[in-house]
Design a protein around this ligand. Structure first.
Ligand SMILES: NC(=O)c1ccc[n+]([C@@H]2O[C@H](COP(=O)([O-])OP(=O)(O)OC[C@H]3O[C@@H](n4cnc5c(N)ncnc54)[C@H](OP(=O)(O)O)[C@@H]3O)[C@@H](O)[C@H]2O)c1
Length: 214
């Protein structure tokens, strides 16, 4: 049961690959640049080259699950938001449908359901996330959509909250998001759920164990 990680060289992707490798999970990291390979090889994680703006279908060979944690980032323009965050995600979902994958874990974003509630500068990005999420929800692939708030680099606490109104702050550490991806893959009950993620007090293991597949 191998998991393809799209966006593996990103901040969340790297932490996820480290944690997954430490647990003995079979993971394949999809990278854009061969120079990125050494980090993953040092973890014992297999790599494949692929670009969401080009060819990447070969990366799915022998994989039964996908983690999508790629993103065009705030330093690029709206063209990349369309090509990577929206169309790249849709193509990954379509590839997963064709190959009848078991589980697609999407790292989306909080407020993707209500882009106009977000800060003006990122509303177009939230629209891209919303449309990609919607394509996933109506696909034939079992999915989990994780919707973190603003990402930070502090160490993960292993605890989160899923109700923005139930606490203060709209941030979550990337390490906690990576731990949620891992927990989601380990819990069939997480399929069919879209979950907001913020810093909080609920143990991640407890949250995912409480979910029932939809
Ligand atoms: N920033 C926030 O506050 C925030 C909030 C909520 C959700 N998110 C979402 O969280 C996810 C990951 O966050 P992060 O901090 O880990 O991001 P990150 O460090 O910027 O990583 C993004 C990854 O996507 C890869 N990527 C970009 N374009 C690609 C393409 N054309 N083909 C394949 N891969 C491509 C990058 O590859 P390279 O390494 O080669 O550049 C990078 O590895 C994203 O989906 C983002 O939208 C972010």
């Amino acid at each position: 049961m191998k998991t393809l990680v799209i966006g593996a060289n990103g901040k969340i992707g790297r932490i996820f690959c480290e944690r997954a490798a430490a647990q003995g999970l079979a993971v394949r990291a999809m990278l854009r640049d061969p120079a990125q390979r050494s980090f993953f090889e040092s973890l014992g994680v297999e790599t494949v080259l692929g670009d969401l703006e080009g060819e990447f279908g070969h990366g799915f060979e022998d994989c039964s699950r996908v983690v999508f944690t790629a993103g065009s980032g705030g330093h690029t323009g709206g063209d990349k938001t369309l090509l990577v965050d929206l169309y790249g995600a849709i193509r990954a979902i379509e590839e997963s449908e064709e190959r009848r994958l078991d589980h697609f874990v999407m790292v989306s974003a909080m407020r993707a359901d209500h882009p106009l509630d977000g800060p003006p500068a990122i509303r177009h990005y939230l629209v891209a996330k919303q449309l990609a999420d919607e394509r996933l929800r109506t696909s034939s692939v079992p999915y989990t959509i994780l919707r973190p708030g603003r990402l930070g680099d502090e160490p993960g606490s292993g605890r989160v909250r899923t109700d923005p109104a139930a606490g203060h702050g709209m941030e979550i550490s990337r390490e906690n998001v990576a731990l949620c991806i891992l927990a989601s893959l380990g819990q069939p009950g997480s399929r069919g759920h879209s979950i907001d993620l913020l810093g909080g007090d609920q143990p991640i293991g407890e949250l995912f164990a409480s979910l029932e597949a939809r």
